[in-house]
Ligand binder design. Structure first.
Ligand code: SF4
Ligand code: SF4
Ligand code: FES
Length: 469
């Protein structure tokens, strides 16, 4: 069979789908309900392409190629069809991609993720998360106004989670230890600019894997951060290295003058704001983060800190019953011996989404510029999370599993996985049309339905609908 995709010829003697043919040709097509080696579910419609022979849009995951087929997978028309499919899925999506606390944080710190790391004793990870987003965590924690706590949903139950206090206590008790993590660093940056901004930049670049040298600088208001940074791999220089030899040692220079140096990539950093009020100090740190993104972009061509491209779904106001759903899930996790900080952390309802980074619905929504309000239903469905403690037959340290109906796109992948694994009970579809739901038949529990399939379903679910904790 001879076909063309985007006018590029392809030949095959084997029966295969358009998606498979595109895969052989290195052409990327988005998919949500497709999983290799399972029969196509054909429910999401984000894999649509146009068959130019008959001017029809077809799902590439289930459409077989035929001799003479001529496929368009990249025109604006095709992109718009996919965008519409995503907007339909989003119209019934109920869930927050990030918690209200993270959305309110001017540094986009994923607070529940930091809490999870602290609860699980992953000290290194918690410190890294704090440094990656705050740069100078002591300073930012001291100076910020606690917008996260203002936005915290726990306020609706009793009091906001004491986020600032938790982070402060954690930093005081843990950054004393050696930072420890040594990495092979590919690129070296020399920072000759001075001030809080320069130190924040050094911290952002160090934690993102750069080798950083910085001309020495001390300032009382960042003493705690400095004490910590001196135990990282940042090199504090006492004098400027020989300008003529700089290129031998460094890949980039960050300076506060506009005179660059030949043979070395130069970034110009504006001086700190003169005013040392909270507002301007925090702005200095944010500007350092923006510059860190430019340096990362230059050397690694990736977005770490540019949030403009992020797509975030928000549920908005939750009624009392919905808050109680989160409260019940949080209460049902057995608690170990806890000190005051852990007790405070356990007040967090974890009303964010653990699937933020892996969720393909969110990623495609960002990529295709989908608007979650285009087909907004008049009344949104209520938050509905089914929670079940994990039976001992499932070997894991985790205590419970939950299925969030609002985040589930009913793709059918988990249902097929339980069938493939010959589960006694498995999962199934219930109801029809917009009321279709995934559930466990015969009134059984999630852990009974997923006895041999839990990890695979967690891995393959394209959204954050399934969660273990
Ligand atoms: S309850 Fe937890 S996740 Fe929700 S807003 Fe408050 S701190 Fe953030
Ligand atoms: S829970 Fe199952 S049906 Fe729902 S999105 Fe995940 S894999 Fe698909
Ligand atoms: S319809 Fe093809 S991946 Fe969902």
């Amino acid at each position: 069979m001879r076909i063309k995709i985007n006018n590029i010829p392809f030949e095959s003697n084997e029966k295969m789908t358009v998606l498979e043919a595109a895969g052989f040709m290195g052409i990327k097509i988005p998919t949500l309900c497709y999983l290799k080696n399972l029969a196509p579910n054909t429910s999401c419609m984000v894999c649509m392409v146009k068959d130019k022979q008959n001017d029809r849009f077809v799902p590439s995951c289930s459409t077989l190629i035929y001799n003479g087929m001529d496929i368009d997978s990249e025109s604006n028309e095709v992109m718009n069809v996919r965008k519409t499919a995503l907007e339909f899925l989003l119209s019934e999506h109920v869930g927050d991609c990030s918690g209200p606390c993270e959305s309110a944080c001017r540094f986009n710190l994923n607070i529940p993720e930091v809490f999870n790391a602290i609860e699980q004793g992953q000290i290194q990870k918690a410190i890294t998360l704090l440094r990656k987003d705050l740069g100078l965590p002591f300073l930012v924690n001291d100076f910020c106004s606690g917008y996260c706590e203002n936005a915290c949903r726990r306020k609706r139950v009793d009091k906001a989670v004491g986020i600032k206090h938790i982070i402060h206590e954690f930093l005081i008790n843990n950054t004393i230890k050696d930072y420890g993590e040594k990495k092979n660093k590919e690129f070296s940056v020399l920072i000759t600019a001075t001030g809080i901004k320069a130190i924040a930049l050094a911290s952002f670049l160090d934690v993102n894997g750069f080798s950083v040298s910085l001309l020495g600088f001390e300032n009382d208001i960042i003493q705690q951060d400095m004490d910590f940074l001196k135990r990282t791999e940042i090199i504090f220089l006492e004098k400027l290295p020989d300008i003529n030899k700089m290129y031998e040692k460094y890949n980039a220079l960050v300076t506060d003058t506009d005179k660059g140096i030949n043979q070395i990539k130069t970034f110009v950093m504006e001086n700190d704001h003169l005013s040392k009020t909270k507002k301007f100090v925090l702005q200095d740190v944010r500007e350092a983060k923006e510059l860190a993104q430019k340096v990362i972009q230059h050397f690694y061509n990736k977005q770490v800190y540019d949030y403009s491209y992020r797509f975030v779904s928000k549920t908005g106001y939750l009624d009392k019953d919905e808050i109680n759903v989160y409260l019940d899930r949080q209460k049902s996790i057995p608690q170990n011996d806890r000190n005051q900080v852990y007790e405070e952390i356990q007040k967090c309802l974890k009303c964010n989404c653990d699937g933020f980074d892996k969720c393909r619905l969110r990623q495609y929504a960002a990529e295709y510029g989908a608007n979650r309000k285009t087909y907004k239903a008049a009344d949104r469905q209520k938050v509905n999370i089914v929670i079940d403690s994990l039976s001992q037959k499932i070997k894991t340290e985790k205590k419970q599993i939950s299925h969030d109906h609002g985040k589930c796109i009913k793709c059918g992948i988990c249902v097929q996985i339980t069938r493939k694994n010959k589960e006694n009970i498995g999962l199934s579809f219930f109801n029809r049309g917009i009321y279709t739901q995934i559930g466990v038949p015969f009134g059984k529990t999630l852990s009974q339905g997923l006895e041999n399939s839990m990890d695979e379903c967690l891995d393959c679910c394209p959204t954050g609908a399934l969660k273990v904790e």
